[in-house]
Design a protein around this ligand. Structure first.
Ligand code: SF4
Length: 368
């Protein structure tokens, strides 16, 4: 039974009621336990845990340092294509938005890689929209080329079949991130109006296909702001526990994209505050201390400066979300608005000042 089958037998709203009914005693009990259950996680992410936030954050920091030492990894996204056949209501790349689309040629990709190398990065996250043009035929052309420039290669592209993931792994891909967006089925359907992404089962079962293919690291996450985030968080915690039970050879990473204004004027229906975001991320660290947690430039400089020394393992910086934008800065439509636009060196210096070792390739962070 896949995880998607498992959650379909349960009532999403029941978990919402469990979270709402959590008491300060439940939070205290969850804090006191050395290993936390999903019920404990529900208490830690609940409104009852808000007054405990300093203690939760302190425990999250302690667990992070024990497991990963004083390290933080720097990565950079490489946008190859903004062509997308899907119609996600919240995204600037959605097929409904009319602007000039492009997909980088191998020569343009090489140019981007050289520009990225000059910035010092060796961990690259390849990003594309979801379309037939950015499928396996295209990846066979560009991935070997990018791999020559990347000590650690990650991808955030459309969900693929198990055999495709095996092939990508053989090409040198180390990590694939595919976000679940929301576990609330009506919300999923309301926000994904067309294209292959309307197939919720195929998307939800992607981490399992990655596990079957033996991918080194699997990236998971929900889109914060789309549905009630506490209930979605519990479903994600359950999904992570499911992956640990069935695919324990792969590492897992967590990203927490929070909806920001996008082309098309979308406003998040369930906005998440920075304080709530901090609680959410720290609760995950307490639930699963092995999770590798990433933060992108969607978040503000002040929030990143605060949260990175506490719980973060990987941080992007100097990001450009327009294809071809590192080698040739241009005016094309970005996927989302970047909030922290400080240059890479400034962010690296800030991390060093906070006592962290900055790692430029992340083959095995914190394993030493
Ligand atoms: S979120 Fe992804 S799949 Fe949806 S429109 Fe944007 S690029 Fe396409």
């Amino acid at each position: 039974m896949s995880f998607f089958d498992e959650i379909r037998t349960e009532d999403y709203d029941e978990w919402g009621q469990i979270i709402a009914a959590a008491t300060p005693e439940d939070v205290q009990a969850a804090l006191d336990r050395p290993r936390r259950t999903v019920r404990d996680f529900a208490a830690l992410v609940s409104p009852a845990a808000v007054p405990f936030l300093p203690r939760i954050a302190g425990e999250a920091e302690r667990l992070t340092r024990i497991r990963f030492g004083q390290t933080v990894n720097m990565y950079i996204p490489l946008y190859l294509s903004n062509i997308c056949s899907n119609r996600c209501r919240y995204c600037g790349f959605a097929a409904d938005n009319h602007f000039k689309r492009r997909i980088l040629t191998p020569a343009e990709t090489e140019e981007e890689c050289l520009a990225i190398r000059k910035l010092g990065y060796e961990t690259i996250l390849v990003v594309t929209g979801e379309s037939g043009q950015s499928g396996m035929r295209y990846f066979r052309e560009v991935i070997p080329l990018i791999k020559r420039h990347a000590a650690y290669l990650m991808m955030e592209v459309q969900p693929l079949d198990t055999q495709d993931y095996r092939e990508l792994r053989e090409m040198g891909v180390d990590c694939v991130c595919v976000y679940q967006e929301t576990y609330h089925e009506p919300t999923y359907r309301e926000n994904h109006l067309g294209g292959r992404k309307t197939d919720m089962r195929y998307r939800m079962e992607t981490p399992e296909r990655l596990g079957e293919a033996g991918m080194d690291k699997i990236g998971m996450g929900i889109l914060l702001g789309l549905a009630e985030f506490r209930t979605d968080a519990v479903m994600l915690a359950r999904h992570i526990a499911y992956m640990r039970r069935h695919y324990w050879r792969s590492r897992l990473s967590l990203s927490f994209p929070r909806l920001r204004p996008a082309e098309g004027g979308f406003c998040p229906p369930f906005p998440v505050s920075e304080r709530e975001l901090l609680q959410y991320v720290c609760a995950f660290r307490l639930f699963d201390p092995e999770l590798e947690i990433s933060i992108s430039t969607r978040e503000s400089a002040s929030f990143r400066d605060m949260i990175v020394p506490l719980v973060i393992n990987s941080i992007s910086a100097g990001s450009c979300t327009q294809p071809g934008g590192y080698a040739r800065p241009n005016e094309e439509v970005p996927q989302f608005v970047i909030n922290d636009d400080r240059p890479t060196e400034e962010i690296a210096a800030r991390l060093r000042n906070a006592g962290l070792d900055v790692i430029w390739h992340s083959s095995r962070i914190g394993q030493a």
